[in-house]
Design a protein. Sequence first.
Length: 501
Amino acid sequence: MMQVNTVMNIWIVLPILIPLLTAVGAVLAWNWRRVQRVLSVIGSAALLGAGLKLLLTVWTDGILALQIGSWPAPFGITLAADLFSAIMVVLAGLLAVTVTLYSLASMDMERESFGYYPILHILLMGVCGAFLSGDIFNLYVWFEVLLIASFVLLTLGGERAQLEGAIKYVTLNLMASALFLAGVGVLYGIAGTLNMADLAVQLAKMEHPEIVTAVSMLFLIAFGIKAAVFPLFFWLPASYHTPPVAVSAIFSGLLTKVGVYALFRVFTLLFVHNIRYTHTMILIIAGFTMVTGVLGAVAQTEFRRLLSFHIVSQIGYLLMGLGLYHPAAMAAAVFFMVHVVLAKSTLFLVSGVVHWLQGTYDLKKLGGLYASAPGLALLFLIPALSLAGIPPLPGFFAKLALVGAGLQLGQYVISAVALAVSILTLFSMIKIWNEAFWKPQPLAATCASAQPVLLIIPIVLLALVILGIGFFAGPLFTLAARAAEQLSDPAGYIQAVLGGA
């Protein structure tokens, strides 16, 4: 898969450039909240459009690479897009649209006045930059951009619970950044390059592969913290339930997934010389991540905190696909990534409407929503049952493919763990259903008469996408399989980036 011309490669830049320009425009319109809102909606829609065009271009023309400033690789800054990164950009654009629309109805005036919209688009810029970075140092830079933006969003409003959660969030993530930067320095010291395609070439020639294995552990810990894997996940359920729901939704859909994306990138491109050790380690971590996450969720009685533990649990399924290190397993993981990003974000948005209606996230104080808001009950069931793996929703096909790959490869323990965790996931979703929707409304509870349309439209949009994926899973599985082929055989990525270098 060779590089294509620069006109096509410009689609790699737009997912970074569009959020940047949107953020700048929102800052220039600082005193005009309505202008900021309009710009945010337009910028989000443009990001989704650019992501879809990028995905179509990569599908038809192969892996794209752009050398910024026309410096030849590996000496300059490289942006690269394969199918996996293009899929992630599309998901970022879709969440940008839905969360922005949701924010128009849910975000308070104080947070909007203090820069909510520009910071949201800076976060999106950092996320897309991480997905498209072609060298390891600039991946670090984009991680820092999204970390700073996410910290501001997490603390915006200055509520006590937010600040407590933000301290844990930023402390652990700064430690991860320090480990990441140390790993980058060691890599440069032993390989003399930071371009990821060139690193793949140079590391394959190393005379002492044990050094590379040691370095890989630095990256496993650093990205593991950012992805919230076992035992480094405790910052997530302590922080993700504290900001406004729109922020929780975009965090749940994208931030930990950037860490997972980075793990997939480096452990399919760079650290593949000792997979019996590194990927077995990932597989073990995946099992513990699934179990601890779902057990934490089962024990919760606060709606968003329960969902936060489920973020951890679902990360384990993604790591399972990477740890199995087989095209079928990685295809299932890519499919699972699409499903879980959509399902988790939808559930967080539903929790916000529940809070709007009854004024609490405490499941013990909720009730009667099936009778008073049957449409919302249905919108909850679609992502909840998909998360639990109930057919014909996409979560079923994703888990079936993952478990099938595990059984095919003789990995019976992790396959059994995945099935058991799926049952416990269903149990926790039933728990939410029984407490919030099915049981009678508590006498002391208050209930708003209606939900603003702008709160419901994004949820309906995401629910329709989830249903569409479930009923038409074949085309997406074909896309996921091709993405997995590119990850399994990085020669095409290396050729696209380095060309004849």
